[in-house]
Design a protein around this ligand. Structure first.
Ligand SMILES: Cc1ncc(COP(=O)(O)O)c(C=O)c1O
Length: 491
């Protein structure tokens, strides 16, 4: 496709038409039915400022999903962009294969200080899928190294999303996005999630009993599979897919006990839940549990450059050596069933890496992003305002289509139902019309970016920038109220 050289109208109608034609001819959007754009333009977002983004026609949208659970500090932050530009001039690229560079070291040290307990080691990647993939590979190699080679299986929850690369996809619990890529990597095992709205009858009226049951299902799965074959349990602090399932009280304490009892690693997949989404740097801190590994991505840079990674415990690091002991200067605590018995740390090599992991520009951007968190006390903003956010969204429960509003922090799911009294959900055809046929375009048209999703039951997902305050919550509620009311009247 030729470029519109010579046009006298570079940002006007002609440029827009060219961009649309080129997008239709050459660009492949992710998780998108491309044929749905056969007769229409693709939305083109050209810039962002604060909590808002703007399309190529100048129309403004409230970014109620932080892009894709990413833009924690909001859009258009010059100081973060400039930190990336400075780094690119100084050292645009060098690998973390055998070498270090200053920004990766500084970021690793800073993340270790922020992470809970003894998660003192940062292994960087470029994305969340790679982080999840890395955590599984580490778990497998760790167990082989310490003489438990049979442990390779991973447990994760129904409908949970943990990424799309082949390893991460085997951990993902969404049959619909796995089926075209079968066979999966062996070892993925599903356990129930913590959707209390859809809890089985025998625990449906008591949240704590429900949580105990859901945690105990993890133990039952470990016993069924054979504990000597299970490497890790992957859980998000709040499960996103399905529409925000927070953990019931006591759930994670019990999961931790179960993991320790069976020598299984607890991986907290915080690709969404870290970096303030729940009012803490890490979601596990909100619910008071200690993971062996935390996977992260998205909000670590607020999207100003891509980065992911995992924070790893001292105990897990031990077979791989811990650098110069005189500098690290810590006694690593050991967990029952893992590397036991003292002795010098090991000499194994983690046989894993990717070219752009811990990219200098991304590491510099992450440091600048964390500076914004500190300067503006964004965690306090979330903790101080989350009650108001919930209260504002709760108003929507007077609509007949709103079955449940759930979440924590700045992270909510609104479940849509056909019948509130019976919690009856929509048929596949109704859901297709409601979410893709009506809500997605109508919400966008009304100026709100959020997600209408039916990977579980139909939900609307919200995760706005952490800088949002009541005026934004009100705008979200008003747009949702108008569009959901219209949807109901057309059903
Ligand atoms: C919990 C969780 N894990 C992993 C991933 C995969 O991250 P990425 O898209 O950066 O590969 C995601 C993406 O949304 C996620 O939400």
């Amino acid at each position: 496709m030729s470029t519109p050289h010579g046009t006298s109208d570079p940002s006007g109608e002609a440029a827009q038409r060219h961009l649309q034609a080129a997008a239709h001819r050459h660009l492949w959007l992710h998780f998108t039915r491309m044929s749905s754009y056969a007769e229409s333009d693709m939305p083109v977002i050209v810039r962002g400022s604060g909590q808002y983004v703007y399309d190529d026609r100048g129309k403004r949208y409230l970014d109620g999903l932080s892009g894709l659970f990413v833009s924690q500090i909001g859009h258009g932050r010059r100081e973060v962009a400039e930190a990336g530009a400075r780094q690119a001039s100084e050292l645009a690229y060098f690998p973390l294969w055998s070498y270090a560079h200053p920004r990766a070291v500084e970021l690793a040290e800073r993340l270790a200080a922020l992470a809970p307990g003894d998660l003192n080691r940062a292994f960087f990647t470029t994305s969340g899928s790679e982080a999840v993939e890395s955590a599984w590979k580490l778990a497998k190699q760790y167990f082989k190294t310490i003489g438990q080679p049979g442990r390779y299986k991973v447990l994760s929850r129904d409908i949970a999303y943990h990424g799309t690369s082949m390893g991460a996809l085997a951990i993902t619990g969404l049959p619909g996005i796995k089926e075209p890529f079968e066979p999966m990597a062996p070892g993925g095992v599903r356990v129930p999630n913590t959707n209390f709205y859809r809890a089985p009858g025998f625990v449906a009226d008591d949240l704590e009993s429900f949580g105990r049951w859901a945690a105990d299902e993890i133990e039952r799965a470990i016993e069924r599979e054979g504990p000597e074959s299970v490497a890790a349990v992957f859980l998000e602090p709040v499960q996103n897919s399905g529409g925000c399932f927070p953990p019931p009280p006591g759930y994670f304490a019990r999961v931790r006990e179960i993991c320790d009892r069976h020598g299984v690693l607890l991986v907290s997949d915080e690709v969404i839940c870290a970096f303030g989404r729940l009012g803490y740097y890490f979601g596990s801190q909100r619910y008071g549990y200690q993971p062996d590994i935390i996977t992260f991505a998205k909000g670590v840079t607020s999207g100003y450059s891509p980065l992911g990674g995992m924070m790893v415990s001292d105990a897990l690091m031990e077979p791989f050596g811990s650098g110069r002991e005189d500098i690290s200067g810590f006694e690593s605590p050991r967990r029952a069933g893992h590397a036991q018995g003292g002795g010098p740390s090991g000499t194994a090599t983690f046989l894993h890496g990717v070219t752009f992991a811990g990219h200098p520009v991304s590491a510099a951007v992450a440091l600048a992003n964390l500076d914004v968190f500190e300067k503006e006390d964004l965690l306090a903003n979330v903790r101080g305002n989350e009650g108001a956010f919930r209260g504002t969204l709760d108003k929507l429960t007077d609509l007949p289509i709103v079955g449940d509003v759930r979440g924590d922090g700045y992270f909510y799911g609104i479940e849509l139902v056909k019948d509130k009294a019976t919690k009856e959900t929509f048929s596949d055809e109704e859901s297709e019309w409601l979410l893709r046929g009506f809500l997605s375009p109508a919400l966008f048209e009304a100026g709100l970016i959020c997600r209408a999703d039916d990977r579980g039951d139909p939900v609307i997902q919200l995760a706005p920038p952490l800088t949002c305050t009541q005026e934004h919550f009100t705008e979200i509620e008003q747009i949702l109220r108008a569009v959901l009311t219209e949807a109901w009247s057309q059903l």
